[in-house]
Design a protein around this ligand. Structure first.
Ligand SMILES: Cc1cc2nc3c(=O)[nH]c(=O)nc-3n(C[C@H](O)[C@H](O)[C@H](O)COP(=O)(O)OP(=O)(O)OC[C@H]3O[C@@H](n4cnc5c(N)ncnc54)[C@H](O)[C@@H]3O)c2cc1C
Length: 471
């Protein structure tokens, strides 16, 4: 598209209430890139609406002017979805924060899209309820970003991903139409459930302005244990056993391969090594319940059975809040990659659980064959078939070979029946690999939905969908 950008921006500024638009050169640095480590780009302008009506005005004007819009939440996304694209304005929800309704009887919370996840969690806890979606970026990521990426996290095994924890949404279409779908009921089968269009759409189909979240009872007690086992077969054996013994009480099942666990235990510098010996795999387990004593006893009994059977080699059970923090510290070491490794290439693969151990072996084999000095760290939400892999090649320094690594890792994941993104989304970084995970027919339907909801293609162009086939 050829257009006179300064004139288009002047027309946009004139169409908006004062204070909504910040011109490109004045845009604060944090809006020039997200956390996915792509080089910063100066957006054409920053839009910071204060209400749904202002979001609608902004989108209607951008649509009329043919100006692309990149939605931004907390910018913690790891697929480049909120990263500015050249010539586009960015629209941040940062002024739209707050909890509007907390209905303890219906167990719902209605929140503005710019509200940080941690604020929502704390508000639920304060009234004895629980918003179970939880991830390491909780202090910075927003509910709008969580919905748009269908964020997962550490308790999916029990409560599902964001999609399963949202009852209603308000969102604005590219032409400025406001869709009020703020349903608060668990059951509502009145026609198509349109909220699912924007959940996981990464800002390409609409801008989320409000959400009705489903809350759960807050568990009265939580027991945490770190288990050491011989190999991945023992990990899956433990998963089957704990599911049978704890049922819905099993709320976390996080696996760590020695490449990850030993690296973090040796290098973090802030944690004691929990086990004297080294083992073939490690699992962080959490059980939740509603009677104080019973949950810890049930978890201990279930683990004792596996130790007696020789299927678990060692266990540390947390006896205090401090122990819980220590046991989580190695798993949450992921936020220290920058300090410990420098530049990394991260993968968020999905793969059927039974194939996960073989996939990890294949990734080690193929990556290390090509880059013998590579650090390959594997861990993940094993109970949800989600494997995270982080690669750092010391000899490559600040120029990690992203494309060459992608060409090795993604085809391996899909060869084992997996997907290129379990929870972080496609954004810009995985767009070229979407066809490995979705059929041509499915991608064609995605293009038709995009064309129907955003015919001018202004919402987050270049994200998620590869260019349409011309027929
Ligand atoms: C330390 C760390 C740990 C993480 N752990 C997890 C994890 O366990 N599980 C997981 O799923 N993710 C995880 N993430 C990724 C990230 O936190 C999530 O993707 C999160 O949901 C992004 O929210 P955000 O508000 O930062 O969105 P942003 O990064 O700002 O945006 C993400 C995408 O959503 C779009 N978007 C944002 N707001 C809106 C809106 N209101 N309307 C429409 N589109 C919008 C953007 O355009 C972009 O495409 C982690 C990230 C970090 C840094």
């Amino acid at each position: 598209m050829t257009r006179d950008l300064p004139a288009t921006l002047a027309a946009l500024a004139a169409a908006l209430p004062p204070g909504v638009l910040t011109p490109g050169p004045d845009v604060p640095a944090r809006h020039r890139q997200d956390w996915s480590d792509i080089d910063p780009i100066e957006p054409a302008a920053l839009l910071r609406p204060r209400s749904t009506a202002e979001v609608a005005e902004a989108l209607a004007a951008c649509n009329r002017l043919g100006l692309p819009v990149v939605p931004q939440g907390g910018l913690t996304g790891l697929a480049g979805g909120a990263h500015p694209t050249p010539g586009a304005v960015v629209l941040s929800l940062e002024r739209m924060q707050g909890i509007e309704v907390l209905d303890e009887v219906g167990s719902t919370m209605t929140v503005l899209a710019g509200t940080p996840l941690a604020v929502v969690q704390a508000a639920a806890e304060a009234v004895g309820l629980h918003y179970p979606v939880d991830l390491g970026a909780r202090g910075s990521c927003t509910i709008g970003g969580n919905l748009s990426t269908n964020a997962g996290g550490v308790r999916v095994i029990r409560y599902g991903m964001t999609r399963e924890n949202v009852l209603g949404v308000e969102f604005v279409l590219a032409d400025g139409t406001v869709l009020d779908l703020l349903n608060t009921m668990i059951k509502n089968n009145a026609g198509y459930d349109l909220k699912h269009l924007v959940i996981g759409a990464e800002g390409t189909l609409g801008i989320v302005t409000r959400a009705v979240l489903r809350l759960q009872p807050k568990p009265a007690s939580v027991a945490t244990a770190l288990c050491a086992v011989a190999d991945f077969a023992a990990v899956t054996d433990l998963l089957k056993h704990l599911r049978r013994r704890l049922g819905p009480g099993l709320t976390v099942f996080e696996g760590m391969w020695p490449c990850y666990f030993d690296f973090m235990a040796d290098r973090l510098g802030t944690v004691r090594r929990p086990f004297a010996a080294r083992h073939g795999a490690y699992v962080l387990v959490e059980a939740s319940g509603f009677a104080d004593e019973a949950v810890a006893q049930r978890l201990e009994a279930a683990l004792a059975e596996r130790i007696d059977a020789g299927a678990v080699e060692d266990v540390v059970i947390a006896a205090s809040e401090r122990d819980v923090r220590d046991l989580w510290a190695i798993r949450e070491g992921v936020s220290e990659y920058g300090r410990l490794l420098g530049k990394i290439v991260g993968y968020d693969l999905g793969v059927p659980i039974a194939a996960m151990g073989t996939l990890v072996e294949a990734i080690h084999r193929d990556v290390e064959a090509r880059w013998p000095d590579a650090h390959v760290l594997c861990y993940g939400h094993v109970g949800d078939s989600n494997l995270h892999v982080v690669v750092h090649i010391p000899s490559a320094g600040g120029h990690q070979p992203h494309d060459a690594l992608d060409a090795v890792v993604y085809p391996l994941a899909t060869r084992f029946g997996g997907t290129v993104s379990a929870e972080h989304g496609i954004g810009i970084l995985k767009r070229a690999y979407l066809p490995l995970a979705r059929s041509p027919a499915a991608i064609a339907v995605m293009h038709r939905i995009k064309g129907a909801l955003d015919p001018a293609g202004i919402l987050n162009p270049g994200k998620v969908l590869p260019p349409a086939e011309r027929g």
